[in-house]
Design a protein around this ligand. Structure first.
Ligand SMILES: [Zn+2]
Length: 177
């Protein structure tokens, strides 16, 4: 599983180098993340803890999310299912909506869950689309499994050509983007 993980990391053009166990080992060079390691660690802690609060009696797929804002404030989200299945809501979208309600500008989003088909589980496409509008393409996204292994990426790598609308928070600083 470890070797498969490395392959998946390379194939997705991760911007932050990692060791084979998924730890971020360096943020040097042009691909530097503007987000500090402390923000990433805190988001992961929140996601892991919040996963236990999930309400998932139908799928048993517990998932938690943690967001740390550029100002260091935090919000969280837990997966919530319902007997009317279509009403379920992903943990990461709950956290993103909480960020809006708290007027928090997300810098890093971490999600914690079991792997999916052997791979770390990143946010679903719908949640990435929501994240793009709320947090912008530079959002750091971290997936953590139940053993603590993780991978880090940025939203623009996970959802490179999605329809988008810039907001005052997410407008690019540089015209070349
Ligand atoms: Zn989702």
């Amino acid at each position: 599983m470890a070797s498969g993980f490395v392959v998946s990391v390379r194939s997705l053009s991760w911007l932050i180098p990692m060791s084979s166990d998924g730890e971020v080992v360096s943020t040097s060079g042009e691909s530097d993340s503007p987000v500090g390691e402390d923000h990433i660690e805190r988001a992961v802690e929140i996601a892991v803890a919040t996963r236990q609060l999930s309400y998932a009696p139908y799928s048993q797929f517990l998932m938690g999310a943690g967001i740390v804002g550029h100002d260091g404030r935090e919000v969280r989200g837990a997966l919530v299912e319902n007997v009317s299945l279509g009403l379920a809501m992903c943990s990461e979208r709950v956290a993103l909506f909480n960020a809006v309600a708290e007027d928090l500008s997300p810098a890093v989003l971490a999600v914690s869950s079991e792997r999916t088909d052997g791979e770390l589980t990143f946010p679903c496409g719908a949640c990435l689309q929501v994240a793009l509008e709320i947090a912008g393409p530079d959002l750091v996204v971290v997936a953590v499994d139940t053993d603590g292994q993780r991978a880090t990426s940025v939203l623009r790598s996970l959802l490179p050509r999605a329809p988008h609308r810039y907001t005052p928070r997410t407008a690019p600083d540089q015209p070349s983007r």
